[in-house]
Ligand binder design. Structure first.
Ligand SMILES: *Cc1c(COP(=O)(O)O)cnc(C)c1O
Length: 382
């Protein structure tokens, strides 16, 4: 009997750093500095050094990172925020919470990331319609693969829009030799446990090279507090990162380069075994995915169901990210329908992918042989 292979493994790593974790957690418990402890600053320095960016600001989650970044830009009522229809719900939820309107953009069939030609069309449609002001593009680095940042940056510069990188799935990825965190005006990270750098609870961070933005992010995560404690300069939120999560992440940062290298090996093993047999997410030249998830594209929903059954029979985990495009979600459908007069253009690639994608086990504590076994089970079932 062969061993099960899980989609994620958020526990194996602990064995490698358990003494350090125990020591660090005990130090926080002894200090009593559960909020804004020195470990938060220590983590921020480590994150900035890793990404090669000037500033990192720890926050309470990836969702709150997106929200703080948009609040810092003053995004709200009357603003259009362009984002892919094929992503996690948080990307769309944040502009809505702030009173802005998400405008869904289709994705590219190869990279699964925002389609630049469709983005141009939808910006033009919003401008022609005249009711909303194009304010921001949120590029998502889906499954760890960087979006087309040179193109997004060029469009945002031309249109005086804010380019926000939703890098929640992609910490560790690089494009043209530059790590995420240095693309767009700011990058939002999530430390949800299954992300490439995961905490043991919720957490997130904002990365930026812009000192003014970094200062605003720090202010907004602490209720918009000004230079003195009880002076409120801006409407903010409670968006701080816990000291305990920060200290856990500091310990995990020591393993991160090695984990990333193992993710690359697993990804390469999958590519070698699967490319040409099933659809795979294809990186554009110059892009180095963080390999957050390994996602294949099958011909149709029936084939996908068959592959899911075959994997389950061999105790191999898998998951569907995502089963429904955001414009079909009940919470967003009405907004979507009303965003431009005459109704929005269709989003065929996003809709097709939701019926076809399947994510396979991907974590640094599996082996290349595991990936080969998963790939063999997939190819036998298609
Ligand atoms: C996980 C995720 C988020 C939200 O991060 P949380 O830390 O769970 O709030 C946002 N965007 C994308 C693309 C994600 O995958």
């Amino acid at each position: 009997m062969t061993a099960p292979i899980a989609l994620f493994d958020v526990k194996a790593q602990q064995a490698l750093i358990r003494p350090e974790l125990d020591r660090r957690i005990a130090a926080v418990l002894d200090s009593g500095r559960f909020i804004n402890g020195p470990e938060v600053t220590e983590l921020e320095e480590k994150l900035a050094a890793f990404a090669g960016c000037a500033h990192a600001v720890g926050v309470s989650s990836g969702t709150d990172a997106l929200q703080i970044a948009m609040m810092a830009e003053g995004i709200g009522r009357g603003d259009a925020v362009f984002l892919p229809a094929f992503t996690y719900t948080a990307t769309a939820e944040v502009p809505l919470v702030l009173g802005a309107t998400p405008v869904f953009v289709d994705v590219d069939a190869e990279t699964f990331n925002i389609d630049i030609a469709d983005l141009e069309r939808r910006i033009a449609a919003v401008k022609k319609d005249g009711r909303l002001k194009p304010r921001a593009v949120v590029g998502v680095d889906l499954f760890g693969l960087p979006a087309d940042w040179p193109a997004i940056e060029a469009i945002c510069a031309r249109e005086a829009m804010f380019a926000l990188d939703d890098a929640a799935q992609a910490f560790g990825a690089a494009l043209n030799g530059r790590r995420l965190g240095r693309w767009g005006g700011a990058a939002a990270l999530s430390f949800y446990p299954t992300k490439t750098l995961g905490a043991y609870g919720d957490g997130g961070a904002l990365l930026t090279d812009d000192p003014h933005r970094a200062e605003l992010f720090r202010m907004l995560r602490t209720h918009g507090e000004g230079r003195t404690r009880y002076e409120v300069e801006r409407t903010g939120m409670n968006g701080r990162l816990d000291t305990l999560q920060a200290t856990i992440l500091c310990a995990k940062m020591g393993l991160f380069e090695g984990e990333l290298a193992q993710r690359h090996r697993i990804g390469a093993a999958y590519d070698a075994a699967l490319a040409g047999k099933v659809g795979v997410q294809v990186a554009q030249p110059g892009a180095e995915s963080a390999r957050g998830l390994y996602t294949i594209r099958l011909p149709d929903a029936a084939t996908r169901a068959r592959v899911q059954q075959a994997l389950a029979a061999q105790q191999i985990g898998c998951g569907i990210y995502y089963p429904k495009p955001l414009h079909h979600q009940p919470a967003y459908a009405a907004q979507h329908a009303g965003a431009v007069a005459g109704g929005p253009a269709p989003l065929p690639v996003s809709e097709a992918l939701c019926n076809q994608v399947l994510s396979l086990p991907m974590h640094p504590y599996m082996t290349e042989a595991d990936a080969q076994r998963v790939a063999a089970a997939v190819t036998a079932a298609v």
